[in-house]
Each structure stands twice: as structure tokens, then as C-alpha cells.
Design a protein around this ligand. Structure first.
Ligand SMILES: [Zn+2]
Length: 389
């Protein structure tokens, strides 16, 4: 089967990593363990484009996913994440004068970020997302959300700031999508686009198997993200990593000249190629290490939980042969508690549950939350071993 790069169109991106039968969605929450373990699966084959550095799951089938389902992606309950989000908002408001302006957010989820930027800058907000739920927006702000996918340019679907966070990695035709964003931005003079996606260079380097999952069909590094936007007719205003180098942050505006100049941060193609070559071995090593730890925990009857009932948690648990040693997934988001993780089947509990349960080993699904988790546990008089992925 021949394919082409969804970003630059170059034929035959090179396959380098395969997974069979992984849960097709890792943010959909189920009402029972039986439903959770029976959840639908799909296959993954990551392919690398030598021309632009973009990585795609060539076996991705968008028809398997339904983003209007009970999808809970909100991260807005962690103080660490809220501090990060507020920092982003302050920067965008200050740097681009986003005060009393119109903010358009594509893939706004439950509207947490849209609420924040409307409140901070006194802005008017418009969001679009098929997974939005009525009543989740801050009632004190001037914002509305359309429950649809963003598929065609319309005069009202634009803004002085166009935000798109943790959405592009879910999209297959990324070239067409960024072109749609450019047409949307071009309707309003001076419009700035802000994009945030996971950084794949870290995933490749660390063999982070918990960061590869079905919903993420598109994987970017600074270089491939910058090249995609420049090819679509944008000038880059800023291209950097953030959130402990876990995310890529891009700010761009529609280019008004013919020529386009790469920025220094794009120069990572050799590094990406090296990461792609070593990724399979790095994931095998990381998986073997976690399986050994869970075997040891089981042998000594230690109680193990993961912290973070997210996509990372699902990918982590379903990649290990002994993921069932982990009894519960802890999450501070009350909308997740009492539900079950797709594929893996663990019940999601709140931190309160741990007071009676008394875990011996807590595995945070993101090292950035270690101190927040340690403090939460200490307040409850709990001092389990904490070992992050
Ligand atoms: Zn390409």
C-alpha cells in the first residue's frame, strides 16, 4: 500500500512502529468494567516523512472515532496545569494586545481555555467543538460554542486570535486543516494563530510508549510543525516548547510577502530521524522495566494505582502484559470519577478514595504533577512510593 505524507504530500513515508488492537479512544469514559474492556480497537503504524519530518499513523480510520461521545479531555482541574494555561493567556494578551477583541478557538473542548482568555482580556469568545457540553462555560463571560467540527471557512468563524490547542494531533488531513485556518485568519487583518500540540521529539527520545495512542494520528516536532505552517502561507512569530518541554507552542500570522524564511527551531530533521530509528528499542526497554516493577509489586502484595485517568494512562496500562496489577486510576477531575478506563478497565477514583485504600505505589502519568500529587497524598497522611513514567 502506498501512501503520502498528510503534511507535505511526499509519497511513501517510512513505517517504523506498529501496535495492534489498541483502544480507539482513550478519553471516552465507560459506565462499567465490562463495557470498558469490550471497547473497540484499531491498529497503528507510525510512518516518518523523510522530507518534512512529520509522523502519521497510516492505519488511522477517522470513521472509528466519535468526538460527540462522552469525551472528557479537560485538564483544567490541576493547579500545575492552570498556572501553565494562565501563563499562556497572559502572554497572548500582552504580546498581541488581545483585549476587548474576538477570540476564536477551534477544538475548544469544554471551553476552559476560552473562558480564561475571555476573562483575562475582556474578550468576546467563539468556540467550535463537537464534544462541547452545554453549561460547562463560565457563565460570567461573553462566549458561545458551536457543537460542530470546523470544516469550512465562514465569515463569522474567525478572530483577532485563533487558538487551537491539542487538536491538530487528532486530525488526519493536517495540510488541508492548516490551510483552512489560514483562510479563516485571512478574513481579519492582523489575526494571530496560536497552536499547541504534544512534542514528539521527547516521545521518541524517551521511548514514551504511553504517549502514542489511536486518537493521535498526527505527530509533530518543532521542525515539522513550523514547516507545515510556512508551507500553508503563515509567517512564524514564535516557535518553542513549553510545559517542561512536553508541548510545542506556535504563534503565526498570515504571510503577506512571497518569500518564507525558516526559523532556527525548525532545524531538527536529523535529530528526528535518529529518534525514529531508536524508538522501537527504547519502547521495548521502557515496557520491560515497567513490567518488572509491576511483577515485583504483585509478588510483595503491594497496592498500585496510576494517577491521571487520561489517554496516557490508557496507553500505559494496555501496553503492559501485567497492567492489571494496577487496581485503580486516580483523577482529580470529578467528571471522571466512578467511570472506567477504555480497554484497560480500571475504575477511576478521586484522591479521597485513597485514604481508605492506602496505596503502596502511585504512578503519576506525567512527571510534571509529582510535587502536586505528593503534597495531596501528604495532606491525607499517605506516604506511598511515587514513581512517575
Ligand atoms: Zn512530509
Amino acid at each position: 500500500m502506498t501512501s503520502q505524507c498528510w503534511s507535505c504530500g511526499t509519497p511513501d513515508p517510512q513505517p517504523f512502529y506498529r501496535l495492534r488492537g489498541i483502544p480507539i479512544s482513550s478519553c471516552v469514559l465507560l459506565d462499567s468494567r465490562a463495557e470498558a474492556v469490550e471497547f473497540g480497537t484499531g491498529d497503528l503504524e507510525l510512518c516518518f516523512c523523510e522530507a518534512c519530518g512529520f509522523i502519521q499513523n497510516d492505519l488511522f480510520d477517522p470513521d472509528l472515532l466519535d468526538y460527540s461521545q462522552d469525551y472528557e479531555e479537560s485538564q483544567g482541574f490541576s493547579p500545575t496545569f492552570e498556572t501553565f494555561a494562565q501563563g499562556l493567556v497572559d502572554r497572548l494578551v500582552e504580546r498581541y494586545g488581545i483585549r476587548g477583541k474576538k477570540v476564536f478557538e477551534v477544538g475548544c473542548g469544554k471551553g476552559d481555555f476560552l473562558s480564561l482568555i475571555c476573562k483575562s482580556g475582556g474578550n468576546e469568545g467563539l468556540g467550535i467543538d463537537p464534544g462541547y457540553r452545554e453549561g460547562r462555560l463560565d457563565p460570567d463571560i461573553d462566549a458561545t460554542v458551536i457543537q460542530e467540527f470546523f470544516t469550512e471557512p465562514k465569515p463569522e468563524l474567525t478572530g483577532d486570535l485563533i487558538c487551537c490547542r491539542h487538536t491538530l494531533e487528532h486530525i488526519q488531513p493536517v495540510g488541508q486543516f492548516v490551510d483552512l485556518i489560514r483562510r479563516s485568519a485571512a478574513q481579519r487583518a492582523g489575526s494571530v494563530a496560536f497552536f499547541e500540540v504534544p512534542d514528539t521529539s521527547r516521545i521518541l527520545k524517551e521511548g514514551a510508549f504511553w504517549d502514542v495512542y489511536y486518537e493521535h494520528c498526527s505527530y509533530f516536532t518543532l521542525g515539522s510543525l513550523g514547516r507545515l505552517f510556512r508551507a500553508a502561507g503563515f509567517d512564524l512569530l514564535s516557535l518553542r516548547t513549553g510545559y517542561d518541554d512536553q508541548y510545542l507552542l506556535l504563534e503565526a500570522k498570515v504571510r503577506d510577502s512571497e518569500s518564507s524564511h525558516p526559523v532556527a527551531a525548525e532545524n531538527d530533521l536529523d535529530e528526528t530521524r535518529t529518534g525514529v530509528r531508536s524508538f522501537v528499542r527504547a519502547t521495548e526497554k521502557a515496557i520491560a522495566e515497567w513490567e518488572r516493577r509491576l511483577d515485583e509489586a504483585k509478588a510483595s502484595a503491594r497496592k498500585v494505582v496510576i494517577w491521571g485517568a487520561s489517554s496516557k494512562g490508557v496507553a500505559f496500562l494496555t501496553s503492559l502484559r501485567n497492567g492489571d496489577v494496577v487496581e485503580y486510576a486516580v483523577d482529580i477531575n470529578p467528571h471522571k470519577q466512578g467511570r472506567f478506563l477504555p480497554g484497560a478497565g480500571q475504575e477511576i477514583v478521586g484522591p479521597d478514595f485513597l485514604e481508605g485504600y492506602g496505596p503502596d505505589l502511585v504512578i503519576p502519568m506525567n512527571p510534571i504533577y509529582i510535587e502536586e500529587i505528593r503534597a495531596d497524598l501528604a495532606r491525607r497522611g499517605l506516604t506511598p512510593e511515587i514513581l512517575a513514567v
